[in-house]
Design a protein around this ligand. Structure first.
Ligand SMILES: O=C(O)c1cc(=O)[nH]c(=O)n1[C@@H]1O[C@H](COP(=O)(O)O)[C@@H](O)[C@H]1O
Length: 235
């Protein structure tokens, strides 16, 4: 593990485990990390995650836990016990929830997986945030929630690359920024609203680029991934 040359995390959002494995068989742990989210975990469970870690991939288990502190912490411990590299909780669950999860991981692992707080989903814009009754822009709410995540001792946040440079200035270089909503020039935007190209995201301060459909739905996913890595001068 930890031998990946690329900041790209490919989001495996498939409803068919064979299709996912077919894609994974074209990739090596040096090409990218892999993300398993709610759809695949619900369908195929811990065994699917283990099938990826056993091939040497760093796995981001994206289950975005959000519950009372004890429940969230125990769910994070269960996820960490699968041997994943990164997992996440919703920062809007609050400092106590995030801190309880972080503490339980630290009590149980010498090298716990990265614990990351989801701020404002990249599918949301200012209007969506304000419709929740929050009197801030999406960007301001991201900074606010990232502050709570840092206060709780989390390793970083999920945000859009549009907030990356402000977050690095505010919270420092070591606070990890995981950015979905990445779209190579000309790619379909889909349901994402706060987007950026891979190259621009990295130059803005993103540490990890979560990319799903532009890779997974491509005719030649490996070629698209290689082109992204090349655009970052990595391959
Ligand atoms: O936590 C995430 O990974 C996540 C947070 C967020 O704010 N936005 C977001 O799109 N994601 C995930 O990132 C992936 C993006 O996929 P594509 O839009 O297909 O590139 C999906 O698996 C989402 O579940």
């Amino acid at each position: 593990m930890q031998n990946c040359n690329s900041p790209v995390v490919v989001a495996l959002d498939f409803n068919d485990a064979q299709k996912a494995q077919q894609l994974v068989s074209q990739l090596t742990p040096a090409d990218c990390r892999l993300k398993v989210g709610k759809e695949m975990f619900t369908l195929f469970g811990p065994e699917f995650v283990k099938s990826l870690t056993s091939k040497g991939f760093d796995v981001f288990l994206d289950l975005k836990f959000h519950d009372i502190p004890a429940t969230t912490a125990k769910a994070c411990l269960a996820a960490a016990n699968l041997g994943v590299w990164m997992l996440n909780v919703h920062a809007s669950g609050g400092v106590n929830m995030m801190q309880t999860a972080k503490n339980l991981l630290q009590d149980n692992f010498q090298n716990p997986p990265l614990l990351i707080g989801v701020t404002v989903l990249t599918s949301m814009d200012d209007q969506d945030i304000q419709s929740l009754g929050i009197q801030r822009s999406a960007g301001e709410q991201v900074i606010h929630l990232a502050g709570l995540a840092q206060q709780a001792g989390l390793d970083g946040v999920v945000c859009s690359a549009q907030e990356a440079s402000a977050l690095k200035s505010e919270f420092g270089q070591d606070f990890k920024l995981v950015t979905p909503g990445i779209r190579p020039e000309g790619a379909d935007v889909g349901d994402q609203k706060r987007i950026m190209t891979p190259k621009k995201a990295i130059s803005s301060g993103s540490d990890y680029l979560v990319i799903g459909r532009p890779v997974t739905q491509a005719d030649n996913p490996k070629a698209v991934l290689d082109a992204i890595n090349q655009s970052l001068n990595l391959a």
